[in-house]
Design a protein around this ligand. Structure first.
Ligand SMILES: CC(C)(COP(=O)(O)OP(=O)(O)OC[C@H]1O[C@@H](n2cnc3c(N)ncnc32)[C@H](O)[C@@H]1OP(=O)(O)O)[C@@H](O)C(=O)NCCC(=O)NCCS
Length: 284
C-alpha cells in the first residue's frame, strides 16, 4: 500500500474540504446558508492556525481534512473527516491526518478532542495517547413549560466582550475561548453570561452549543437560559455531556429531552476539571 500523502491545507481547498466534511458527517449541504457556515468555520480555523490544517489527496482529489488549533496551553482537534466515497482501499488517511495534526504543537500541556461515535475515530484518539470519556447527547423537542423563571442577572455578551470570559474558560478547560465564540455567532448563535461565573452559547435551529461555568448553580441557571433561547425549535441538541455533568442531566431530564450515549471526550494532559462544562466539537 502506498503511503498517504498529507499536505497543508490552503484557502483554495476549503470548498472541497467542506464537501468531504459534509459527506463524512452525512450533513445536507444543499442550502447555500449551511454550506457558507461550514466554509466560514473552516476558513476561520485556517486563519487562526494556518500551520494546523491538513488535507490528503489521491489522484488529485481531496479525500481527507484535519484541522488542529492551539489556544494558550491547550491543543484541540477541531475537525477530522475522510470522504466515505473517495477513501482509498486499505484506508490510512485518518491515521495520517491525526499524526500530522498531533505534530502541530508548541508547548501545550493538554489536548482535547470532542469525538464522534465513529469507531475509527475512537480508535485513532484512544491509540494516540488520549483518554476517552463517553458522553450523552440529548436531542428532540423540549418541553418549554418546564423552564423556570430565568436568572435576572444573565445578560447577552457582545463580541467585543468575549475576552472578558477568558478566566472562566481557563479555569474549566485550561484556555480562553476568546474569538472562537465567533464561530457560533456565524451560525446565528448568542452568548449569555451570568456575571463572571459562567457563559452559555445557544444557536436557534441547533441547540446549546457550549457552556462553561465556575460553579454548578451558575451552570444550571445558564443552561436554562440557553434552553429558553432554543425552546421554539422542533429539534434541539445538547451533546457531549459527560457523567460528571449531573447538574446538566437533571435539567435536560426536567425538560423531557431524550438521551442517548454518543461519542466521547478525548483528553491528554491536564486541561482542568472539565466541569461544569458542555464543550463544542469545533472549538472544545
Ligand atoms: C474517523 C475517520 C476520519 C477515519 O478516517 P479513515 O481514513 O477511515 O481512518 P483509517 O483508515 O486511518 O483508520 C483509522 C483506524 O481505525 C481502524 N479501523 C478500521 N476499520 C475499523 C472499524 N470498523 N472499527 C474500528 N477501527 C477500525 C484502522 O485500522 C485504523 O487503526 P490503525 O491505524 O491502528 O490500524 C473517518 O472514518 C470519518 O470521516 N468518519 C466520519 C466523520 C467522523 O466521525 N470524524 C471524526 C470526528 S471526531
Amino acid at each position: 500500500m502506498s503511503e498517504v500523502q498529507v499536505r497543508r491545507m490552503t484557502d483554495a481547498d476549503v470548498v472541497d474540504a467542506v464537501s468531504v466534511a459534509g459527506a463524512a458527517f452525512q450533513k445536507d449541504l444543499s442550502s447555500q446558508r449551511t454550506r457558507a457556515r461550514w466554509e466560514w468555520r473552516l476558513r476561520y480555523v485556517l486563519q487562526t492556525d494556518p500551520q494546523g490544517s491538513f488535507v490528503t489527496e489521491h489522484d488529485g482529489q481531496l479525500v481527507g481534512v484535519a484541522q488542529a488549533i492551539i489556544r494558550e496551553r491547550l491543543w484541540i482537534l477541531s475537525l477530522l473527516t475522510v470522504s466515505p466515497t473517495l477513501e482509498r482501499p486499505g484506508g490510512g488517511d485518518g491515521r495520517a491526518l491525526v499524526n500530522a495534526a498531533l505534530a502541530y504543537d508548541r508547548d501545550t500541556t493538554a489536548g482535547i478532542i470532542i469525538a464522534s461515535n465513529d469507531p475509527k475515530a475512537l480508535r485513532l484518539y484512544g491509540s494516540s495517547g488520549f483518554a476517552l470519556t463517553p458522553v450523552f447527547e440529548a436531542s428532540g423537542k423540549l418541553d418549554a413549560s418546564r423552564i423556570p423563571a430565568l436568572h435576572p442577572d444573565i445578560t447577552e455578551v457582545p463580541p467585543e466582550d468575549f475576552h472578558t470570559l477568558a478566566p472562566i474558560s481557563r479555569a474549566v478547560r485550561g484556555a480562553a475561548h476568546g474569538d472562537d465564540l465567533l464561530v457560533a455567532l456565524s451560525q446565528g448563535g448568542t452568548v449569555f453570561r451570568l456575571q463572571d461565573r459562567g457563559f452559555v452559547v445557544a444557536i436557534p435551529g441547533r441547540g446549546v452549543w457550549a457552556l462553561a461555568a465556575l460553579d454548578e448553580q451558575a451552570a444550571i441557571a445558564l443552561l436554562w437560559r440557553g434552553l429558553d433561547h432554543v425552546k421554539d425549535d422542533d429539534e434541539c441538541e445538547i451533546g457531549f455531556i459527560t457523567g460528571a455533568q449531573q447538574w446538566a442531566i437533571d435539567v435536560l431530564l426536567a425538560v423531557r429531552l431524550p438521551f442517548e450515549s454518543r461519542g466521547a471526550i478525548a483528553v491528554r494532559g491536564d486541561p482542568g476539571p472539565l466541569t461544569p462544562y458542555i464543550p463544542t466539537p469545533p472549538m472544545a
